[in-house]
Design a protein. Structure first.
Length: 215
C-alpha cells in the first residue's frame, strides 16, 4: 500500500489562497506569484503544451509531484470554488479539457453528481460520504501507488486531524498574502507531530517535506 501525501504551496504567512476566491478568481486576490516556482519551469510548461521555461533546483521537486501517484483527493472548492447544488449544467472544473492528473480524482462534496471522465485519463468522482469514504475509494484505485491530497485547506486539515496523512510537503513561497485561506488553521496541534526529512531551497521557494505521526 502506498502513502497518503498532502502537498501544497503556501505563502510565507501560511495562506494557500487570497481573499475573494470565486469561480472566476479561483486562487483569490494577490496570488499571481504564489505558484510561480512551478509554472515557470520547463517541465510544467511542456505538460501544458507551452514552450520555454526554466530548469533548476525546483525541477526535480516538480517532476516527483505526480510520480507514483495512483489517485488524488480534492475538496469541492479546489474543483470549482462552489458550495451548493451542482445545477442543471454543472461547471466542469478549473482544470481544462485535459486535466493534469491523468488518474482518478475523488472530489469531496455534499451534493451527488455523476462521475466526469475527461481527456488524458482523468476521471472526477464525486464523493458524499466524507474523508473516510474518499480515502477508501482512492486507495482502491491507487493500488500499491500513493494517494495525493491536493487541497483545499479544509480537506488537508480534516485528514491531518484524523491521523490519515503519512507525509506533508509544503512549498513555501516568499510572498505575504495577509489574508485569505490559511492551510494549517483548525488543527489539533497536541496530537500531530511533524518531523522534517528534507529541505530544498531555491530563490523562488523552499520545499519542506515532513513525516507525519500522532503525538
Amino acid at each position: 500500500m502506498g502513502k497518503v501525501i498532502a502537498d501544497m504551496t503556501v505563502s510565507l504567512d501560511g495562506f494557500i489562497a487570497g481573499p475573494n476566491d470565486s469561480i472566476d478568481n479561483p486562487l483569490g486576490d494577490g496570488t499571481e506569484h504564489l505558484h510561480e516556482w512551478m509554472t515557470s519551469l520547463e517541465t510544467w510548461r511542456k505538460s501544458h503544451g507551452l514552450e520555454g521555461g526554466e530548469h533548476n533546483q525546483d525541477t526535480e521537486i516538480a517532476e516527483e509531484h505526480d510520480r507514483n501517484v495512483g489517485a488524488y483527493i480534492l475538496g469541492r472548492r479546489m474543483f470549482d470554488n462552489g458550495e451548493g447544488p451542482w445545477g442543471d449544467d454543472p461547471f466542469r472544473g478549473h482544470w481544462g479539457d485535459t486535466p493534469p492528473f491523468h488518474a482518478p480524482v475523488f472530489v469531496l462534496t455534499h451534493h451527488p453528481r455523476e462521475s466526469l471522465p475527461m481527456e488524458g485519463g482523468t476521471t472526477f468522482h464525486f464523493v458524499t460520504d466524507g474523508i473516510g469514504g474518499a480515502l477508501t475509494r482512492a486507495r482502491e484505485a491507487a493500488g500499491e501507488q500513493d494517494v495525493r491530497i491536493s487541497g483545499g485547506a479544509t480537506v488537508v486539515q480534516q485528514f491531518l486531524n484524523a491521523g490519515l496523512v503519512d507525509q506533508l510537503q509544503l512549498h513555501i513561497a516568499p510572498l505575504l498574502l495577509g489574508d485569505g485561506i490559511r492551510l494549517l488553521d483548525g488543527l489539533d496541534a497536541s496530537a500531530i507531530r511533524l518531523e522534517p526529512d528534507r529541505v530544498v531551497a531555491s530563490p523562488k521557494v523552499t520545499h519542506i517535506r515532513y513525516r507525519v505521526s500522532r503525538a
